[in-house]
Design a protein around this ligand. Structure first.
Ligand code: GLN
Length: 501
Protein backbone atom coordinates (compact mmCIF):
# COMPACT_ATOMS: atom_id res chain seq x y z
CA UNK A 1 0.00 0.00 0.00
CA UNK A 2 0.99 3.68 -0.30
CA UNK A 3 3.02 5.43 2.40
CA UNK A 4 0.67 5.47 5.40
CA UNK A 5 2.04 8.78 6.63
CA UNK A 6 0.48 10.44 3.55
CA UNK A 7 -3.04 9.25 4.38
CA UNK A 8 -5.53 11.48 6.11
CA UNK A 9 -6.68 10.26 9.52
CA UNK A 10 -10.03 9.19 8.01
CA UNK A 11 -8.25 7.23 5.28
CA UNK A 12 -5.91 5.62 7.78
CA UNK A 13 -8.88 4.72 10.00
CA UNK A 14 -10.51 2.98 7.01
CA UNK A 15 -7.29 1.12 6.20
CA UNK A 16 -7.02 -0.02 9.83
CA UNK A 17 -10.65 -1.16 9.89
CA UNK A 18 -10.16 -3.05 6.62
CA UNK A 19 -7.08 -4.79 8.02
CA UNK A 20 -4.83 -3.35 5.28
CA UNK A 21 -2.44 -2.01 7.90
CA UNK A 22 -2.05 -2.50 11.66
CA UNK A 23 -1.85 0.29 14.18
CA UNK A 24 1.65 -0.86 15.13
CA UNK A 25 2.73 -0.49 11.49
CA UNK A 26 1.05 2.91 11.14
CA UNK A 27 2.49 4.17 14.43
CA UNK A 28 5.97 2.89 13.57
CA UNK A 29 5.76 4.55 10.15
CA UNK A 30 5.10 7.90 11.84
CA UNK A 31 7.90 7.33 14.37
CA UNK A 32 10.23 6.57 11.43
CA UNK A 33 9.10 9.74 9.70
CA UNK A 34 9.80 11.72 12.88
CA UNK A 35 13.27 10.14 13.08
CA UNK A 36 13.90 11.07 9.43
CA UNK A 37 12.71 14.69 9.35
CA UNK A 38 12.35 16.06 12.87
CA UNK A 39 16.04 16.86 13.08
CA UNK A 40 15.23 19.57 10.52
CA UNK A 41 11.68 20.48 11.53
CA UNK A 42 11.97 20.20 15.35
CA UNK A 43 8.22 19.87 15.85
CA UNK A 44 8.64 17.57 18.86
CA UNK A 45 10.03 18.26 22.33
CA UNK A 46 9.48 14.68 23.41
CA UNK A 47 8.78 11.52 21.40
CA UNK A 48 6.96 8.82 23.35
CA UNK A 49 7.64 5.81 21.13
CA UNK A 50 7.12 3.13 23.79
CA UNK A 51 3.86 4.61 25.02
CA UNK A 52 2.54 5.01 21.45
CA UNK A 53 3.50 1.48 20.40
CA UNK A 54 1.95 0.01 23.56
CA UNK A 55 -1.36 1.68 22.71
CA UNK A 56 -1.06 0.53 19.10
CA UNK A 57 -0.44 -3.10 20.15
CA UNK A 58 -3.42 -2.96 22.48
CA UNK A 59 -5.70 -1.61 19.74
CA UNK A 60 -4.49 -4.24 17.27
CA UNK A 61 -5.18 -7.00 19.80
CA UNK A 62 -8.66 -5.68 20.57
CA UNK A 63 -9.44 -5.36 16.87
CA UNK A 64 -8.25 -8.93 16.27
CA UNK A 65 -10.54 -10.07 19.08
CA UNK A 66 -13.49 -8.54 17.24
CA UNK A 67 -14.05 -5.71 19.71
CA UNK A 68 -16.08 -2.69 18.52
CA UNK A 69 -13.56 0.16 18.43
CA UNK A 70 -13.76 3.93 18.10
CA UNK A 71 -13.54 5.15 14.48
CA UNK A 72 -10.09 6.70 15.12
CA UNK A 73 -8.73 3.80 17.20
CA UNK A 74 -5.13 3.13 16.23
CA UNK A 75 -4.60 6.49 14.45
CA UNK A 76 -1.64 8.31 16.07
CA UNK A 77 -1.82 11.84 17.43
CA UNK A 78 0.67 14.45 18.68
CA UNK A 79 -0.14 16.69 21.65
CA UNK A 80 0.97 20.27 22.30
CA UNK A 81 3.27 20.42 25.30
CA UNK A 82 0.93 22.71 27.23
CA UNK A 83 -1.41 19.75 27.84
CA UNK A 84 -0.49 17.55 30.79
CA UNK A 85 0.25 13.90 30.11
CA UNK A 86 0.72 11.35 32.88
CA UNK A 87 4.22 9.95 32.92
CA UNK A 88 5.27 12.05 29.91
CA UNK A 89 7.31 15.27 30.34
CA UNK A 90 5.31 18.49 29.99
CA UNK A 91 7.14 21.80 29.78
CA UNK A 92 4.79 24.32 28.12
CA UNK A 93 7.93 25.35 26.21
CA UNK A 94 9.47 26.75 29.41
CA UNK A 95 12.70 26.12 31.28
CA UNK A 96 10.77 26.60 34.49
CA UNK A 97 8.98 23.27 33.91
CA UNK A 98 11.94 21.37 32.46
CA UNK A 99 11.99 17.86 33.86
CA UNK A 100 8.46 18.00 35.29
CA UNK A 101 6.45 14.81 34.73
CA UNK A 102 2.73 15.32 35.46
CA UNK A 103 0.98 12.84 37.76
CA UNK A 104 -2.27 12.91 35.75
CA UNK A 105 -3.73 13.18 32.26
CA UNK A 106 -5.72 16.16 31.01
CA UNK A 107 -9.33 15.19 30.26
CA UNK A 108 -8.70 15.48 26.53
CA UNK A 109 -5.71 13.13 26.83
CA UNK A 110 -7.84 10.65 28.79
CA UNK A 111 -10.33 10.78 25.93
CA UNK A 112 -7.62 10.24 23.30
CA UNK A 113 -6.41 7.22 25.24
CA UNK A 114 -9.92 5.87 25.79
CA UNK A 115 -10.57 6.07 22.03
CA UNK A 116 -7.29 4.21 21.39
CA UNK A 117 -5.20 6.94 19.71
CA UNK A 118 -1.46 6.28 20.19
CA UNK A 119 0.24 9.44 21.48
CA UNK A 120 3.42 10.06 19.47
CA UNK A 121 4.77 12.76 21.76
CA UNK A 122 4.65 16.40 22.80
CA UNK A 123 5.01 19.28 20.38
CA UNK A 124 7.01 22.48 20.59
CA UNK A 125 5.41 25.83 21.34
CA UNK A 126 6.05 29.39 22.39
CA UNK A 127 6.70 29.49 26.12
CA UNK A 128 3.36 29.23 27.97
CA UNK A 129 1.65 29.70 24.57
CA UNK A 130 2.75 33.32 24.28
CA UNK A 131 3.68 34.13 20.72
CA UNK A 132 2.91 33.77 17.02
CA UNK A 133 6.09 32.13 15.74
CA UNK A 134 7.26 29.45 18.24
CA UNK A 135 10.49 31.49 18.49
CA UNK A 136 9.70 32.07 22.17
CA UNK A 137 10.13 28.37 22.98
CA UNK A 138 12.93 27.82 25.50
CA UNK A 139 13.93 24.75 23.48
CA UNK A 140 14.67 26.14 20.02
CA UNK A 141 12.68 27.03 16.91
CA UNK A 142 10.30 24.79 15.01
CA UNK A 143 10.73 25.22 11.23
CA UNK A 144 7.96 25.65 8.69
CA UNK A 145 7.98 22.54 6.44
CA UNK A 146 7.26 24.80 3.42
CA UNK A 147 10.50 26.72 3.98
CA UNK A 148 12.86 25.80 6.79
CA UNK A 149 14.02 29.42 7.12
CA UNK A 150 10.55 30.51 8.14
CA UNK A 151 8.34 30.34 11.23
CA UNK A 152 5.56 27.73 11.51
CA UNK A 153 3.28 30.18 13.32
CA UNK A 154 2.62 30.10 17.01
CA UNK A 155 2.16 29.42 19.69
CA UNK A 156 1.33 25.95 18.41
CA UNK A 157 3.96 25.80 15.68
CA UNK A 158 5.03 22.31 16.71
CA UNK A 159 1.60 20.74 16.26
CA UNK A 160 1.04 22.45 12.91
CA UNK A 161 4.51 21.58 11.60
CA UNK A 162 4.19 17.94 12.75
CA UNK A 163 0.97 17.57 10.77
CA UNK A 164 2.25 19.51 7.73
CA UNK A 165 5.47 17.43 7.66
CA UNK A 166 3.52 14.13 7.79
CA UNK A 167 5.01 13.28 11.18
CA UNK A 168 1.50 12.91 12.61
CA UNK A 169 -1.92 12.74 10.91
CA UNK A 170 -3.54 14.49 13.87
CA UNK A 171 -2.44 16.89 16.59
CA UNK A 172 -3.87 18.82 19.49
CA UNK A 173 -3.35 22.57 19.81
CA UNK A 174 -4.58 25.33 22.10
CA UNK A 175 -5.90 28.69 21.00
CA UNK A 176 -6.01 31.70 23.32
CA UNK A 177 -5.76 34.34 20.61
CA UNK A 178 -5.11 32.34 17.45
CA UNK A 179 -2.52 29.69 18.29
CA UNK A 180 -4.34 26.90 16.48
CA UNK A 181 -5.68 28.88 13.52
CA UNK A 182 -2.66 31.07 12.65
CA UNK A 183 -0.17 28.14 12.59
CA UNK A 184 -2.74 26.30 10.48
CA UNK A 185 -2.84 29.19 8.01
CA UNK A 186 0.93 29.51 7.57
CA UNK A 187 1.60 25.74 7.30
CA UNK A 188 -1.30 24.81 4.99
CA UNK A 189 -3.11 22.76 7.64
CA UNK A 190 -6.59 22.82 9.18
CA UNK A 191 -6.94 24.28 12.68
CA UNK A 192 -10.08 24.57 14.79
CA UNK A 193 -10.72 26.63 17.89
CA UNK A 194 -13.93 25.16 19.32
CA UNK A 195 -16.58 27.18 21.16
CA UNK A 196 -15.25 28.24 24.57
CA UNK A 197 -16.24 25.44 26.95
CA UNK A 198 -16.63 22.93 24.12
CA UNK A 199 -13.44 21.04 24.99
CA UNK A 200 -12.42 20.58 28.62
CA UNK A 201 -9.60 22.80 29.89
CA UNK A 202 -8.89 20.38 32.75
CA UNK A 203 -5.19 19.61 32.49
CA UNK A 204 -4.30 22.49 30.19
CA UNK A 205 -1.54 24.64 31.68
CA UNK A 206 -3.51 27.88 31.78
CA UNK A 207 -2.36 31.04 30.06
CA UNK A 208 -5.60 33.07 30.12
CA UNK A 209 -8.43 30.96 31.49
CA UNK A 210 -11.29 32.96 29.99
CA UNK A 211 -9.78 32.67 26.49
CA UNK A 212 -7.94 29.30 26.33
CA UNK A 213 -9.45 26.52 24.26
CA UNK A 214 -7.98 23.24 22.99
CA UNK A 215 -8.78 21.93 19.54
CA UNK A 216 -7.79 19.84 16.51
CA UNK A 217 -4.88 20.39 14.12
CA UNK A 218 -5.22 18.21 11.00
CA UNK A 219 -4.76 18.01 7.23
CA UNK A 220 -8.47 17.80 6.34
CA UNK A 221 -11.70 19.30 7.64
CA UNK A 222 -13.25 15.85 8.14
CA UNK A 223 -10.26 14.76 10.25
CA UNK A 224 -10.72 17.84 12.44
CA UNK A 225 -14.38 16.95 12.99
CA UNK A 226 -13.46 13.37 13.88
CA UNK A 227 -10.85 14.51 16.40
CA UNK A 228 -13.10 17.25 17.81
CA UNK A 229 -15.76 14.63 18.56
CA UNK A 230 -13.19 12.56 20.49
CA UNK A 231 -11.96 15.39 22.73
CA UNK A 232 -15.11 17.52 23.03
CA UNK A 233 -18.17 17.38 25.25
CA UNK A 234 -19.01 18.00 28.87
CA UNK A 235 -16.46 17.44 31.63
CA UNK A 236 -17.42 17.85 35.29
CA UNK A 237 -13.76 18.69 36.06
CA UNK A 238 -14.08 21.99 34.18
CA UNK A 239 -16.68 24.38 35.59
CA UNK A 240 -16.81 26.30 32.29
CA UNK A 241 -17.49 23.15 30.26
CA UNK A 242 -20.72 23.27 28.22
CA UNK A 243 -23.23 20.74 29.59
CA UNK A 244 -25.09 20.04 26.31
CA UNK A 245 -23.83 17.47 23.82
CA UNK A 246 -21.71 18.62 20.85
CA UNK A 247 -23.50 19.28 17.58
CA UNK A 248 -23.04 16.59 14.88
CA UNK A 249 -19.66 17.69 13.58
CA UNK A 250 -18.64 14.74 11.42
CA UNK A 251 -22.05 14.69 9.81
CA UNK A 252 -21.72 18.42 9.04
CA UNK A 253 -18.30 17.86 7.44
CA UNK A 254 -19.66 15.06 5.27
CA UNK A 255 -22.63 17.20 4.26
CA UNK A 256 -20.32 20.10 3.37
CA UNK A 257 -18.21 17.90 1.12
CA UNK A 258 -21.30 17.67 -1.12
CA UNK A 259 -20.58 21.32 -2.02
CA UNK A 260 -24.13 22.61 -1.69
CA UNK A 261 -24.30 25.80 0.35
CA UNK A 262 -27.69 27.05 -0.79
CA UNK A 263 -29.38 29.04 1.91
CA UNK A 264 -26.14 29.68 3.83
CA UNK A 265 -25.44 33.37 4.49
CA UNK A 266 -21.72 34.14 4.62
CA UNK A 267 -20.78 37.46 6.23
CA UNK A 268 -17.54 39.15 5.21
CA UNK A 269 -16.24 41.17 8.15
CA UNK A 270 -15.33 44.55 6.67
CA UNK A 271 -12.84 45.34 9.46
CA UNK A 272 -10.89 42.10 8.83
CA UNK A 273 -9.99 42.62 5.19
CA UNK A 274 -8.21 45.13 2.99
CA UNK A 275 -5.51 47.35 4.43
CA UNK A 276 -2.76 45.50 6.29
CA UNK A 277 -3.39 42.19 4.53
CA UNK A 278 -0.71 40.98 2.12
CA UNK A 279 -2.06 41.26 -1.47
CA UNK A 280 -1.76 37.51 -2.11
CA UNK A 281 -3.63 36.77 1.12
CA UNK A 282 -6.44 39.13 0.12
CA UNK A 283 -6.56 37.77 -3.45
CA UNK A 284 -6.94 34.13 -2.33
CA UNK A 285 -9.63 35.23 0.12
CA UNK A 286 -11.61 37.02 -2.60
CA UNK A 287 -11.33 34.02 -4.93
CA UNK A 288 -12.67 31.71 -2.22
CA UNK A 289 -15.64 33.98 -1.66
CA UNK A 290 -16.51 33.44 -5.33
CA UNK A 291 -16.25 29.68 -4.82
CA UNK A 292 -18.65 29.89 -1.89
CA UNK A 293 -21.03 31.96 -4.00
CA UNK A 294 -20.76 29.37 -6.76
CA UNK A 295 -21.92 26.69 -4.30
CA UNK A 296 -25.07 28.67 -3.54
CA UNK A 297 -23.99 30.72 -0.51
CA UNK A 298 -25.25 34.26 -0.18
CA UNK A 299 -22.37 36.66 0.48
CA UNK A 300 -23.17 39.69 2.65
CA UNK A 301 -20.95 42.35 4.17
CA UNK A 302 -21.09 42.91 7.92
CA UNK A 303 -19.40 45.51 10.08
CA UNK A 304 -17.85 44.93 13.50
CA UNK A 305 -16.55 48.38 14.46
CA UNK A 306 -15.25 47.31 17.89
CA UNK A 307 -12.87 44.77 16.35
CA UNK A 308 -10.48 47.69 15.87
CA UNK A 309 -9.86 47.54 19.64
CA UNK A 310 -9.76 43.75 19.98
CA UNK A 311 -5.98 43.48 19.94
CA UNK A 312 -5.58 46.21 22.57
CA UNK A 313 -8.23 44.64 24.82
CA UNK A 314 -6.67 41.20 24.40
CA UNK A 315 -3.23 42.47 25.41
CA UNK A 316 -4.67 43.71 28.69
CA UNK A 317 -6.99 40.82 29.54
CA UNK A 318 -4.63 38.01 28.50
CA UNK A 319 -1.56 39.28 30.45
CA UNK A 320 -3.75 40.06 33.47
CA UNK A 321 -4.99 36.49 33.61
CA UNK A 322 -1.55 35.11 32.77
CA UNK A 323 0.14 37.09 35.55
CA UNK A 324 -2.20 35.40 37.99
CA UNK A 325 -2.05 31.91 36.43
CA UNK A 326 1.75 31.94 36.31
CA UNK A 327 2.13 32.89 39.97
CA UNK A 328 2.19 29.19 40.85
CA UNK A 329 5.56 28.67 39.15
CA UNK A 330 7.54 29.63 42.21
CA UNK A 331 10.33 27.07 42.49
CA UNK A 332 8.49 25.31 45.31
CA UNK A 333 5.93 23.18 43.50
CA UNK A 334 7.04 22.17 39.99
CA UNK A 335 10.17 21.79 37.91
CA UNK A 336 13.02 24.26 38.25
CA UNK A 337 14.32 25.55 41.59
CA UNK A 338 17.14 28.09 41.66
CA UNK A 339 18.77 29.35 44.84
CA UNK A 340 20.10 32.90 44.97
CA UNK A 341 23.79 33.16 44.04
CA UNK A 342 24.60 34.86 47.32
CA UNK A 343 22.88 35.96 50.49
CA UNK A 344 20.23 34.18 52.54
CA UNK A 345 18.10 31.40 51.04
CA UNK A 346 14.63 32.63 51.92
CA UNK A 347 11.43 31.48 50.17
CA UNK A 348 10.98 34.87 48.55
CA UNK A 349 14.56 34.97 47.25
CA UNK A 350 14.31 31.43 45.87
CA UNK A 351 11.09 32.40 44.08
CA UNK A 352 12.72 35.49 42.59
CA UNK A 353 15.82 33.56 41.49
CA UNK A 354 13.74 30.71 40.03
CA UNK A 355 11.38 32.99 38.13
CA UNK A 356 14.26 35.17 36.95
CA UNK A 357 16.11 32.17 35.53
CA UNK A 358 13.13 30.07 34.46
CA UNK A 359 10.94 32.51 32.51
CA UNK A 360 11.89 33.93 29.11
CA UNK A 361 11.63 37.60 28.10
CA UNK A 362 8.16 37.43 26.54
CA UNK A 363 6.70 35.74 29.61
CA UNK A 364 8.29 38.32 31.90
CA UNK A 365 7.01 41.12 29.67
CA UNK A 366 3.45 39.83 29.97
CA UNK A 367 3.61 39.17 33.71
CA UNK A 368 4.77 42.76 34.26
CA UNK A 369 2.11 44.13 31.90
CA UNK A 370 -0.64 42.08 33.54
CA UNK A 371 0.40 42.90 37.07
CA UNK A 372 0.45 46.59 36.17
CA UNK A 373 -2.97 46.45 34.49
CA UNK A 374 -4.48 44.83 37.58
CA UNK A 375 -2.81 47.02 40.18
CA UNK A 376 -4.74 49.39 42.42
CA UNK A 377 -5.33 52.73 40.73
CA UNK A 378 -4.90 51.30 37.22
CA UNK A 379 -7.41 48.46 37.30
CA UNK A 380 -10.38 50.53 36.08
CA UNK A 381 -8.40 52.37 33.43
CA UNK A 382 -6.84 49.24 31.89
CA UNK A 383 -8.36 45.91 32.85
CA UNK A 384 -11.83 47.42 33.41
CA UNK A 385 -11.83 49.27 30.08
CA UNK A 386 -10.63 46.16 28.27
CA UNK A 387 -13.53 44.16 29.71
CA UNK A 388 -15.95 46.81 28.43
CA UNK A 389 -14.43 46.54 24.96
CA UNK A 390 -14.84 42.78 25.23
CA UNK A 391 -18.58 43.28 25.74
CA UNK A 392 -18.75 45.55 22.69
CA UNK A 393 -17.00 42.89 20.62
CA UNK A 394 -19.51 40.30 21.79
CA UNK A 395 -22.31 42.65 20.73
CA UNK A 396 -20.74 43.12 17.29
CA UNK A 397 -20.72 39.35 16.88
CA UNK A 398 -24.35 39.06 17.99
CA UNK A 399 -25.44 41.74 15.51
CA UNK A 400 -23.44 40.16 12.68
CA UNK A 401 -24.75 36.67 13.35
CA UNK A 402 -28.26 38.09 12.99
CA UNK A 403 -27.32 38.87 9.37
CA UNK A 404 -25.13 35.87 8.54
CA UNK A 405 -24.82 32.19 9.50
CA UNK A 406 -21.01 32.32 9.46
CA UNK A 407 -18.47 35.14 9.31
CA UNK A 408 -15.32 34.92 7.23
CA UNK A 409 -11.92 36.63 6.88
CA UNK A 410 -8.34 35.77 6.04
CA UNK A 411 -6.91 33.88 9.06
CA UNK A 412 -3.68 35.86 9.27
CA UNK A 413 -2.60 39.06 7.53
CA UNK A 414 0.60 37.62 6.04
CA UNK A 415 2.26 34.35 5.11
CA UNK A 416 5.05 32.85 7.24
CA UNK A 417 7.83 35.34 7.93
CA UNK A 418 11.54 34.62 8.38
CA UNK A 419 13.08 33.80 11.75
CA UNK A 420 14.08 36.91 13.64
CA UNK A 421 12.02 39.25 11.48
CA UNK A 422 9.58 40.23 14.27
CA UNK A 423 11.38 38.95 17.33
CA UNK A 424 12.54 42.35 18.54
CA UNK A 425 9.25 44.06 17.84
CA UNK A 426 6.50 42.66 20.11
CA UNK A 427 3.81 44.84 18.53
CA UNK A 428 4.57 43.52 15.03
CA UNK A 429 4.39 40.00 16.45
CA UNK A 430 1.06 40.72 18.15
CA UNK A 431 -0.46 41.94 14.86
CA UNK A 432 -0.41 38.40 13.45
CA UNK A 433 -3.50 37.64 15.50
CA UNK A 434 -5.55 40.66 14.51
CA UNK A 435 -8.14 38.48 12.74
CA UNK A 436 -8.20 35.57 15.18
CA UNK A 437 -8.40 37.33 18.57
CA UNK A 438 -12.02 38.59 18.34
CA UNK A 439 -13.32 34.99 18.43
CA UNK A 440 -11.49 34.27 21.69
CA UNK A 441 -12.80 37.44 23.31
CA UNK A 442 -16.36 36.39 22.43
CA UNK A 443 -15.94 32.64 22.98
CA UNK A 444 -17.16 31.77 19.48
CA UNK A 445 -15.66 28.93 17.40
CA UNK A 446 -13.40 29.34 14.38
CA UNK A 447 -11.63 27.24 11.77
CA UNK A 448 -8.74 27.98 9.42
CA UNK A 449 -8.88 26.08 6.13
CA UNK A 450 -5.94 25.98 3.65
CA UNK A 451 -6.69 28.61 1.03
CA UNK A 452 -3.90 28.26 -1.51
CA UNK A 453 -0.54 29.95 -1.88
CA UNK A 454 0.25 33.64 -1.90
CA UNK A 455 2.56 35.26 -4.49
CA UNK A 456 5.53 34.12 -2.38
CA UNK A 457 4.39 30.47 -2.83
CA UNK A 458 3.58 30.14 0.87
CA UNK A 459 0.26 28.96 2.34
CA UNK A 460 -2.64 31.22 3.24
CA UNK A 461 -5.63 30.44 5.49
CA UNK A 462 -9.35 31.13 5.17
CA UNK A 463 -11.07 31.72 8.51
CA UNK A 464 -14.70 30.81 9.20
CA UNK A 465 -16.40 31.85 12.47
CA UNK A 466 -19.75 30.64 13.81
CA UNK A 467 -21.96 31.50 16.77
CA UNK A 468 -21.19 29.77 20.09
CA UNK A 469 -22.25 26.11 20.14
CA UNK A 470 -22.75 26.11 16.35
CA UNK A 471 -19.36 24.54 15.60
CA UNK A 472 -21.07 22.29 13.04
CA UNK A 473 -21.34 25.29 10.70
CA UNK A 474 -17.55 25.59 10.58
CA UNK A 475 -17.31 22.03 9.36
CA UNK A 476 -20.07 22.30 6.79
CA UNK A 477 -18.75 25.47 5.17
CA UNK A 478 -15.11 24.46 5.69
CA UNK A 479 -15.56 21.07 4.03
CA UNK A 480 -17.40 22.66 1.10
CA UNK A 481 -14.61 25.18 0.53
CA UNK A 482 -11.93 22.50 0.89
CA UNK A 483 -13.65 20.27 -1.67
CA UNK A 484 -14.02 23.12 -4.16
CA UNK A 485 -10.40 24.24 -3.72
CA UNK A 486 -8.96 20.73 -3.99
CA UNK A 487 -10.82 20.28 -7.25
CA UNK A 488 -8.91 23.32 -8.56
CA UNK A 489 -5.57 22.19 -7.16
CA UNK A 490 -6.01 18.59 -8.25
CA UNK A 491 -5.47 17.35 -4.67
CA UNK A 492 -4.56 18.63 -1.21
CA UNK A 493 -2.50 21.81 -0.91
CA UNK A 494 0.20 19.99 1.05
CA UNK A 495 0.94 17.86 -2.02
CA UNK A 496 2.60 21.04 -3.35
CA UNK A 497 4.94 21.39 -0.36
CA UNK A 498 8.63 20.64 -0.96
CA UNK A 499 9.95 17.19 -0.01
CA UNK A 500 11.81 17.07 3.29
CA UNK A 501 14.83 15.01 4.21
N1 GLN B 1 -0.21 34.91 19.54
C1 GLN B 1 -1.14 35.18 20.60
C2 GLN B 1 -0.38 35.52 21.86
O1 GLN B 1 0.78 35.62 21.78
C3 GLN B 1 -2.04 34.00 20.80
C4 GLN B 1 -1.42 32.93 21.61
C5 GLN B 1 -2.32 31.77 21.79
O2 GLN B 1 -3.38 31.66 21.17
N2 GLN B 1 -1.92 30.88 22.67
O3 GLN B 1 -0.94 35.69 22.91
Amino acid sequence: MTDVTRLSAAELADALAAGEVSSVEATQAHLDRIAAVDGDVHAFLHVSADDALATARDVDARRAAGEQLHALAGVPVAVKDVVVTKGMPTTAGSKILEGWVPPYDATLVERLRAAGLPILGKTNMDEFAMGSSTEHSAFGNTKNPWDLDRIPGGSGGGSAAAVAAFEAPLAIGTDTGGSIRQPGAVTGTVGVKPTYGGVSRYGLIAMASSLDQAGPVTRTVLDAALLHEVIGGHDPHDSTSIPEPLPALVEAARQGAGQDLSGVRVGVVRELTGEGYQPGVQARFDESLELLRGMGAEIVEVSCPSFEYALAAYYLIMPSEASSNLAKFDGMRFGLRVEPAEGPVTAERVMAATRGAGFGDEVKRRIILGTYALSAGYYDAYYGSAQKVRTLIQRDFAASFAQADVLVSPTAPTTAFRFGEKLDDPLAMYLNDVATIPANLAGVPGISVPNGLSDDKLPVGFQILAPAKADDRLYRVGAALEAALEKQWGGPLLAQAPELG
